[in-house]
Design a binder for this molecule. Structure first.
Ligand code: 5AD
Ligand code: SF4
Length: 427
């Protein structure tokens, strides 16, 4: 009694799903009396969300866990929890490699996490922190809600289906309750998350219906989603984007490659022409749409010609930016049996070429905004910056209320940061 609350330091590697899982697990720990801290040295518990999508991502997470040995030495009664996709892949091996890890909770056990920590803290393995004051759930201006977990696709390079398991779709009622909770706590923009987010459905309710329902939650000003699968992108979802002004007209549609031969080896289930057809459909239905993508380079046997097809796809789809990744073989995936024959230097060189094309395209897009009016949702505590509907960051010429949307005229850019002057007229 009278104890100050125990503190939790949480860090997520990897994608937005990993960040969302860590946030959900942090909430469970908050219910057990932990308050969030941004200082590792103050923490009584550390929660690390790991990623395994590429070897490099896994390495980064694991070397971070290695470095936490020092924290554990200074906090011998502290609890180190390792969660996420690398934890799922490595399982008990993780504790063998890192004996200072107290609890492993892989990405398949997010739903069981409250029970897991319940039994951990009541087993006497650690002092139960419940006596502390409950921490508060976070209510940022931008939040995310996981609407489906796992993946039923079988892209030959991807470890996600094995570490996250088959698809499961959350019930609409649960999703909406979470969105309402977040809106009440101050969230104005919500990103719906899933590995193939547009495959969500429940009974007769489609993903398009869900977009409309989420957009109608009072307090929610913007809705985004990440990442839709191109194969399943349909007219109803695009119409829902067009019909709900709160759904941002921005689409992150992972292409992975522009070469039909490579797309076949990747088992993506579509051709270049199919993919471009989806983009054209989305552009036709959603006015002012901006499109971004993921590209994976250096897949086994990728030739210079195949790679050029990815460069040209990037231009042809009119993407304004892209996440670009060097292929990394993952144990147990179908493509791991193919020889990883694109030399490292070639992968590096292709990555650099993609990055420079991406930078060029982002710059051209942002330059085209000059003089145009945009809407910026103010996110920061300093209250002079936020994001446009396209997802690009914007800095305003003066402060505005955090959580409000302001109209502003683009005056220029610094790198990929939009500079914009607030329109101070009153309607
Ligand atoms: N190697 C490199 N990149 C990969 N991705 C998925 N698996 C691999 C892999 N084995 C990329 C894809 C995906 C993004 C999240 O990560 O581009 O869209
Ligand atoms: Fe996200 Fe995939 Fe990495 Fe898991 S393995 S954290 S799902 S990117």
């Amino acid at each position: 009694m009278g104890n100050s609350p125990r503190k939790l330091y949480a860090h997520a590697f990897g994608c937005q799903m990993s960040a969302a899982d860590v946030a959900e697990m942090s909430d469970s720990l908050a219910e057990r009396g932990f308050a969030l801290t941004s200082e590792l040295s103050d923490a009584d518990a550390v929660l690390v969300g790991t990623c395994t999508v590429r070897d490099h991502a896994e390495h980064r997470a694991l070397s971070y866990i290695g470095r936490l040995r020092e924290w554990k030495r200074d906090h011998p009664s502290g609890t180190l929890i390792v969660a996420g996709c690398a934890a799922e892949r490595l399982g008990p091996e993780l504790k063998k490699r890192f004996p200072h890890v107290d609890l492993v909770a892989g990405s398949k056990s997010v739903a069981d996490f409250p029970a897991l920590i319940g039994s951990y803290f009541s087993s006497g393995a650690a002092a139960d922190p419940l006596r502390g004051r409950p921490g508060s759930a976070t209510g940022g201006v931008c939040g995310s809600v996981t609407i489906m977990r796992g993946c039923d696709s079988a892209c030959s390079y991807c470890i996600v289906p094995s570490v996250r398991g088959p698809e499961s779709h959350r019930a609409a009622g649960e999703i909406l309750a979470e969105v309402r909770r977040k809106a009440a706590a101050g969230t104005r923009e919500v990103t719906l998350l899933g590995q193939a987010v547009n495959r969500w459905r429940q009974g007769t309710a489609s993903f398009a219906d869900l977009l409309g329902l989420v957009a109608s939650v009072p307090g929610i000003e913007r809705v985004r989603f990440m990442s839709p699968h191109p194969l399943h992108l349909d007219e109803t979802a695009c119409r829902a984007m067009a019909e709900n002004p709160k759904v941002c007209p921005s689409l992150h549609l992972p292409a992975q490659s522009g070469s039909d031969r490579v797309l076949g080896l990747m088992r993506r289930g579509y051709t270049r022409a199919d993919f471009l057809g989806k983009v054209a459909m989305a552009r036709r239905l959603v006015p002012g749409l901006t499109v971004t993508t993921d590209l994976l380079l250096g897949f086994p046997s990728e030739t210079e010609e195949d790679f050029r097809a990815s460069l040209s796809l990037f231009e042809e789809m009119g993407a304004v930016s892209a996440f670009c990744f060097k292929y990394s073989p993952r144990a147990g995936t179908p493509s791991a049996s193919l020889q990883d024959d694109v030399p490292r230097e070639v992968k590096e060189e292709r990555l650099a070429r993609l990055h420079s094309l991406a930078a060029e395209r982002s710059a051209a897009y942002l330059d085209s905004l000059r003089g145009k009016e945009i809407s910026v949702l103010v996110e920061t505590a300093g209250a002079d910056s936020g994001r446009g509907l396209d997802g690009f960051k914007a800095r305003l010429d003066g402060p505005a209320l955090t959580g409000t949307t302001v109209r502003a005229v683009v005056s220029g850019r610094v790198g990929n940061l939009i500079l914009a002057d607030i329109l101070r007229r009153h309607a």
